[in-house]
Design a protein around this ligand. Structure first.
Ligand SMILES: Nc1ncnc2c1ncn2[C@@H]1O[C@H](COP(=O)(O)OP(=O)(O)O)[C@@H](O)[C@H]1O
Ligand SMILES: [Mg+2]
Length: 394
C-alpha cells in the first residue's frame, strides 16, 4: 500500500529532505555572497567546524547551490592526507575554468589569462597531471609557478579573482575535511588568504573551509594570525524545534503525520544529531502501516535505527581499534561526550606521564576516532561514542 518513497536520507553527505535549523547561517552567507558580487569584492574567509555527522558537508553543498543560483562559480575540493591541497585545487579550478571558457567568446576573452596562470600553477604542482582545455592555453611563465605555495596560491587566486570581477561573478572556494591537509599546506593557505584580504580592493574570492572541531586549533598552529583571519562558525546539534521540523516536514510533504507522543519519542532519541535524525526518520517511515505514525511505530523504528547506527558508526570504529586503544577510549568514555583531560587519563590508565599515552593518542587522532578540542584534552569525533563504549563493558 505504501507507494511513497522514503523521503529520509541517512548517510554521509546525502542531501536531507529538509535542511533544518540552518536557515540563519544560510541566509547570512547568501547575503554576503550577494554583496560580494555586487561590490566585486572578497569577503572574510569562513570556517565551519563540528563533529562527524552534524551536516557540514551538506551545508557546503547547499552554499554551492545558493552560489550557483546567484550565478557565482562554486569550486569544492576535499582535503586528504594522501594528496597535496594544491593538486586538488588545480584539478577543480581547471574544471571550473574549462566550463566558463567554453561558454562564450566573451568569456574566453575574460578568462584566458586566468587559465594561463592556472596552467603554470598546475605544471608546478602537478607536472604529470593531464589537464586539457577546449582551447589552447599556454602557461603564463613566471606567475604562480615559483614553487612557494603561499605565493603561488595568492597569485593564482588573485588572477582568477580579477577575471571573476570582470565577469561580474564571485568564486566560492570550498574545502571540506580541511583538518586533513598537511600543516605546510594549511600555512600556505593562511598566508595566501591573509594577503589577498589585505588588498585595498580584495578580489571576489570567498573561501569556506569545513572540518572537525579541531580545525580552528589546527589552523592556528599553522600560522598564529589564523585566529583573526577567519570567521569561525560551529555547526552543532539541532535544537528541539529544528529536530521536529527535520522529522515532520518530509513526512507531511508525503501525506504522513506523526502522533505527538511518537514525535516526542523520536526527538528525544535522536538528541538532535542530524545523522541519527535521518536514520530514525527512515526506519520509522519504513515500519509505519498507515499515514499516521504511532508511538509504537516510532519505538520500533528508533530501535532498528539505533542498531544500524550502532553498527555503522560506533561498532566499526570500536572494532578497528587495538586493545590498548580501546582501553584509552574506555577511559575517555568516563567523561561521557565531554572532553577528557590527558592528565586525568594518565591516572585512570595507571600510567606515569602523558607521554606514555602519546602513541595511542596520535594513532586515534590519525584514524579519526578522536580529536584535540584544546591543548591537553581529547574528545570523540562522533556524538554518542562514549555511551556506546559504556554499554560494551556490561
Ligand atoms: N540540518 C539538517 N537537517 C536534517 N538532516 C541533516 C542536516 N544536516 C545534515 N543532515 C543529515 O545528516 C547526515 C550527515 O550529514 P553530513 O553533511 O555528511 O555531515 P558531516 O559532513 O558533518 O559529517 C546526512 O544524512 C544528512 O542528510
Ligand atoms: Mg562531511
Amino acid at each position: 500500500m505504501d507507494l511513497a518513497t522514503n523521503p529520509f536520507k541517512p548517510g554521509a553527505g546525502r542531501v536531507p529532505p529538509v535542511l533544518a535549523g540552518r536557515s540563519d547561517l544560510l541566509s547570512e552567507f547568501r547575503t554576503r555572497l550577494y554583496q560580494a558580487r555586487e561590490a566585486g569584492e572578497g569577503e572574510r574567509p569562513w570556517i565551519l567546524s563540528g563533529l562527524r555527522g552534524v551536516g557540514k558537508t551538506v551545508l557546503l553543498n547547499q552554499l554551492g547551490r545558493d552560489a550557483a543560483e546567484l550565478k557565482l562559480i562554486f569550486v569544492k575540493v576535499e582535503a586528504s592526507s594522501s594528496k597535496p591541497l594544491a593538486v586538488a585545487l588545480a584539478k577543480e579550478l581547471h574544471l571550473a575554468l574549462r566550463r566558463v571558457l567554453s561558454s562564450s567568446d566573451r568569456a574566453k576573452a575574460l578568462w584566458s589569462k586566468a587559465a594561463s596562470v592556472l596552467r603554470s600553477f598546475q605544471i608546478r604542482v602537478d607536472p604529470s597531471g593531464t589537464y586539457s582545455f577546449t582551447v589552447d592555453v599556454e602557461p603564463e611563465r613566471g606567475v604562480a609557478d615559483s614553487g612557494d605555495l603561499a605565493v603561488d596560491l595568492q597569485e593564482l587566486l588573485e588572477t582568477i579573482g580579477l577575471a571573476a570581477r570582470g565577469a561580474n561573478t564571485v568564486i566560492l572556494l570550498a574545502v571540506d575535511e580541511l583538518q586533513e591537509a598537511s600543516s605546510g599546506d594549511l600555512a600556505a593557505l593562511n598566508v595566501a588568504l591573509h594577503n589577498l584580504g589585505q588588498d585595498v580592493f580584495p578580489v571576489p574570492v570567498v573561501f569556506v573551509g569545513a572540518g572537525l572541531p579541531s580545525l580552528p586549533a589546527v589552523l592556528a598552529d599553522a600560522t598564529s594570525y589564523a585566529e583573526r583571519l577567519y570567521d569561525y562558525r560551529q555547526i552543532g546539534l539541532l535544537d528541539t524545534t529544528a529536530t521536529s521540523d527535520a522529522l515532520t516536514a518530509p513526512a507531511r510533504a508525503n501525506g504522513v503525520d506523526w502522533e505527538p507522543d511518537a514525535l516526542a519519542a523520536a526527538v528525544t532519541a535522536t538528541g538532535g544529531y542530524p545523522y541519527f535524525i535521518q536514520a530514525c526518520g527512515s526506519h520509522v517511515w519504513a515500519v509505519r502501516a498507515t499515514d499516521t505514525i504511532s508511538l509504537q511505530d516510532a519505538q520500533i523504528g528508533i530501535e532498528s535505527a539505533r542498531t544500524e547506527v550502532e553498527q555503522g558508526l560506533y561498532q566499526s570504529r570500536w572494532e578497528r581499534a587495538t586493545p590498548t586503544q580501546r582501553a584509552f577510549m574506555s577511559a575517555m568514555a568516563v567523561d561521557d561526550d565531554a572532553p577528557s583531560s590527558m592528565a586525568e587519563l594518565v591516572t585512570r590508565l595507571r600510567k606515569k606521564r602523558t607521554t606514555d599515552l602519546s602513541v595511542n593518542r596520535r594513532d586515534l587522532i590519525r584514524s579519526g576516532h578522536i580529536y584535540t578540542p584544546e591543548r591537553g584534552f581529547v574528545a570523540f569525533t562522533v556524538p554518542g561514542m562514549a555511551d556506546f563504549i559504556a554499554r560494551q563493558g556490561e
